[in-house]
Design a protein around this ligand. Sequence first.
Ligand code: ATP
Ligand code: MG
Length: 500
Amino acid sequence: MEASSLLSGGLNSGVVLSLIAVLWTVVWQNLQHLQLQQFFGRHLSRHARRLAAMVDPYLSVTIAEYEGGRMKRSDAYEEVKAYLSAACSRGVRHLRAEGAKDADKLVLSMVDGEEVADEFEGATVWWWAYSKSPPRADAAAAWWGGGGAQEERRFYRLFFLERHRELVLDTYLPRVRQQGRAVMVKNRQRKLFTNISTHQWSDGGYMRSAWSHVVFEHPKTFDTLAMDPAKKKEITDDLDMFKNGKDYYARVGKAWKRGYLLYGPPGTGKSAMIAAMANYLDYDIYDIELTSVHSNTDLRKLFIETTSKSIIVIEDIDCSLDLTGARNKKKAPAAEDDKKGGAAAAAAKAAGDKNKDTSSKVTLSGLLNFIDGLWSACGGERIIVFTTNHVRKLDPALIRRGRMDKHIEMSYCGFEAFKFLAKTYLDVDAHALFGAVGELLREVEMTPADVAENLTPKSLEDNPDTCLAALVKALEEAKEKKAASGGNDPDQQEDDEEEQ
Ligand SMILES: Nc1ncnc2c1ncn2[C@@H]1O[C@H](COP(=O)(O)OP(=O)(O)OP(=O)(O)O)[C@@H](O)[C@H]1O
Ligand SMILES: [Mg+2]
């Protein structure tokens, strides 16, 4: 009697709910243990979690792929994605796979709608991946504007019980980020990025990323780059100082970035040097094609989307930008362009107005701002490299120290560089023809690219003797050509005239 009255009246609703909670925890843990939750599928588990929330409310934290008005991809999102890659392979049914550093492996992540549980110091938390489509108006605009498919916005949402609030927010989440970063370093494939034409970005808050990329696999290293050993050492020392200079830059109050200007005739190894730098530092490369950047604002967006530990490259800067005009003179049309936005650009493109498309976009002042304005400090640990064949054409403002801190001249092949190439291409340290080559290299200018080409065996019968003989022949021909043109290098003469 007493017992029944206890049951009927004494048990209040709180106790009943607690009992349900305990029962639920036992059932859930067993389901997990038996991996049956996979069988029941994600819907059941989500409903079950909602049921549990009635007795012990759960909280959630959402981590979006893009933060800051979609200007920059969120580091936290990438770190969570990397952290979850290990958990995914255990408990998730539908996975997305990407290539990893190790050619045989894959980096896994959940497809949208999947959920995975994680344990931390006795607490269970759940990660849910989901995405949202861009609003219909934007999608339609992109469709009519020919902008192609819009990217969805992706999110991870973490659910946890209220009683684990402190544990999750103060300890678990920082741990997730830390471990995620470690996984990212392990799986990291270096990438070569190129900017997507600004015509393909859409307006509004749902833009595509401004960059597309491929895996960077250039074999050039400083070990295979022919140049004066002292000069090479100077450059590698400079790069070392930069890479390890975080404290130094903070102490002197400078943004952690360094500008290099590589100049010299075509074929002297400027692009090869950039590849060697990236391989030496283990950095990504962002190769900016300035002619497809519509305005200074777009240039800034591109810059903000670059990640730390990267080399930002603008090749042939003198061809990409009209640097001969005064800074202010160029400012007005660009500002106008900014206002007109994508529609004007699309119209210009449709009209096939090539001049407009290539010259009147980014201004020198925009570029200077990009290199050392306030925005240049975001992200840190970046190297900016400009290359040019005509250093004298560049505006001094662009290449002053602080913007382009180190100027490196890539010159014609000297005897030291030749010996290096002979060793690399033919595996010879000394040869009877070395003397003749040395003499000729003093008289005629030949780029390392041409020397390397002559030293490359062209058939199975070719050997060091034939390759060196071919080089001597090519050098003699160049010497005769030079003599015929009155001692002047015809190409150089053309350049000088053009510059004048
Ligand atoms: N110093 C060098 N050592 C080894 N190889 C070189 C060197 N310079 C050039 N080469 C080789 O010559 C070819 C052309 O070089 P690269 O593309 O780097 O020249 P560049 O200076 O960038 O020319 P451009 O001004 O036309 O862009 C590459 O295959 C490169 O490997
Ligand atoms: Mg080049």
